[in-house]
Design a binder for this molecule. Structure first.
Ligand code: ACO
Length: 435
């Protein structure tokens, strides 16, 4: 963070003295006005619900240009990473700042593979849940529960503990997500197989059974790996900020990541892929493509409470670059599975076409986000709708961990503690209380 040759001056119409505020510049993107001393100098706070104009930290991990529709992990465009790297390369990049060379790649893959099993006792913990529990409820519990199993990596201030916790979380998430799935359908858990790729191993743990061999389909393996890459990080979104805020108290990494899982669950965030597929299925049940126009009228009617799920984004005011890549993967997977005429895919494309031409969406700069097509891909692979957000959590774990570790290593970090504009009752007395 460097001072730029500029400063902001805040003046007040009531004659209070004006204050100069330093301005810092990053490597790209908007400059920031440093208001840390504002309260000390003026007795005032800033007001910014939803953090529309507030940078909560400095970060060197992910950069988004929402107007251009650009997403960079450590400077590399998402399109290049999605076509030239696998998910574990991207994990290495997010955690370490550089892509691995051949040796680093081999060592990292081996390290993650060696940590894929979970403590056998986790099975009994899982059994405490109802079979019909939502997988995100189960995952929030299991991830938080890891801190009870791995005492030797819970000191967030110890860099080695942070590194071991990072590898453990990345390695064990696929095992936990597939265990949550198998538990729900009453099938035996599948232990990981170390000779398979990260995505291939996950497919086998999800869809394999102990009484048969499971052959990984390379098209589905690549599709899943791409879903993981596209969801790996997305700078200071709601769940990542939750992880940072939670971790800022010094809590252990497993607890902080569990907070991220809980936040991701919401339909305005990671739950959007589930909500989007439910929406498509609903429209299909009620008449499909023929009813798209009627549905869009409801979306535009503010009183209906209906939103076009998978559309719109706080940061992207242009096409989400991940949505393009996801649409490509959607084509590949549906073709491989002989589902080229999938009615939901047709419906999604029709909705997108109408929305991109409709004034309501054009004026508000609403474009498809990554979740618009990812649900169709996951459904085609055989992943049940209520597990979609769990897959997102699996993929985002590396981003959460990279951001958490970056925060802890930042000498400027403090416990997160926002202020408020109080609008409640001033001091008053309980009837009968001594004044
Ligand atoms: N359908 C219809 N109208 C929408 C939609 C939508 N999906 N998204 C935004 N709008 C409208 C809003 O009603 C608002 O209209 P107004 O100006 O007339 O009041 C305008 O567009 C601006 O929207 P905001 O809600 O102010 O934008 P914000 O940045 O706060 O919200 C959000 C972004 C939450 C993602 C929103 O677009 C949304 O709810 N989308 C649907 C859910 C979704 O797909 N979420 C996934 C996000 S990506 C992710 O987490 C991986």
């Amino acid at each position: 963070m460097k001072l730029v040759d500029n400063k902001a001056t805040l003046t007040f119409s009531n004659g209070s003295p004006s204050v100069d505020l330093p301005v810092y510049g990053g490597s790209i993107g908007p400059d920031v006005i440093d208001i840390r001393k504002l309260y000390a100098q003026t007795g005032m706070f800033t007001y910014d619900p939803g953090f529309l104009s507030t940078a909560s930290c400095q970060s060197a991990i992910t950069y988004i240009d929402g107007d251009k529709g650009e997403l960079l992990y450590r400077g590399y465009p998402i399109e290049q990473l999605a076509t030239h790297c696998d998910y574990l390369d991207v994990c290495y990049l997010l955690l370490n700042g550089e892509l691995p060379d051949d040796k680093q790649r081999g060592d990292f893959h081996k390290l993650v593979t060696n940590h894929t099993m979970v403590n056998e006792q986790m099975q009994f913990f899982l059994r405490g849940f109802r079979r019909d529990a939502h997988p995100m409820a189960v995952l929030t519990g299991l991830v938080g529960g890891l801190s009870a199993f791995y005492h030797d990596s819970t000191d967030i201030n110890n860099p080695q503990h942070r590194e071991i916790a990072a590898i453990r979380l990345i390695a064990k998430m696929p095992t936990l997500v597939s265990m949550a799935y198998k538990y729900g359908i009453g099938q035996p858990y599948m232990y990981p197989r170390n000779e398979l790729s990260y995505a291939g191993n996950f497919l086998r743990m999800m869809f394999g059974v102990p009484c048969e061999d499971y052959k990984v389909n390379p098209v589905l393996e690549r599709a899943l790996d791409r879903i993981f890459i596209l969801h790996a990080d997305h700078e200071q979104n709601a769940s990542t900020s939750t992880v940072r805020l939670c971790g800022s108290s010094g809590t252990n990494p497993f607890a902080a990541i569990a907070a991220g899982v809980a936040c991701l669950w919401g339909p305005a965030h990671g739950g959007a892929n589930e909500a989007c597929l439910n929406m498509l299925e609903d429209i299909q049940r009620n008449g499909g493509v023929a009813k798209v126009g009627e549905f869009m009228e409801k979306v535009k009617d503010k009183n209906s409470g209906v939103k076009l799920m998978g559309f719109g984004h706080r940061v992207y005011k242009n096409y989400d670059p991940r949505a393009k890549l996801m649409q490509e993967t959607c084509n590949e997977v549906l073709e491989e599975l002989g589902l080229g005429n999938d009615p939901l895919f047709k419906l999604a494309k029709e909705l997108e076409k109408i929305a991109l031409e409709d004034d309501y969406f054009v004026q508000r700069k609403l474009y498809p986000n990554v979740d618009f097509y990812s649900g169709i891909v996951q459904r085609a692979i055989g992943i049940p709708v209520n597990l979609f957000t769990g897959i997102f959590a699996l993929a985002r774990t590396v981003g959460w961990i990279a951001q958490l570790n970056e925060m802890i290593s930042d000498p400027e970090y403090k416990i997160g503690r926002p202020r408020q504009l109080f609008t409640g009752s001033p001091r008053r007395d309980v009837p009968g209380a001594k004044k």
